[in-house]
Ligand binder design. Sequence first.
Ligand code: FES
Length: 68
Amino acid sequence: SLLEVVIRHRLNIDGFGACEGTLACSTCHLIFDQQVFEKLNPVADEEMDMLDLAFGLRKTSRLGCQVC
Ligand code: FES
């Protein structure tokens, strides 16, 4: 997942991935360009439930811990 990329490369993004990918936060919220969004794996119901709580939600929003 993109969360794993952030962790593996020790990217310092304040607060990103607070729940470590357990779908208990929305701190890994990302907004993609439409062209990229269309190529991502489908959104599962569990991700959608948490994504609804994300600040600044857009049509092309995803949770980074769920994007592979
Ligand atoms: Fe918490 Fe993605 S890291 S939902």
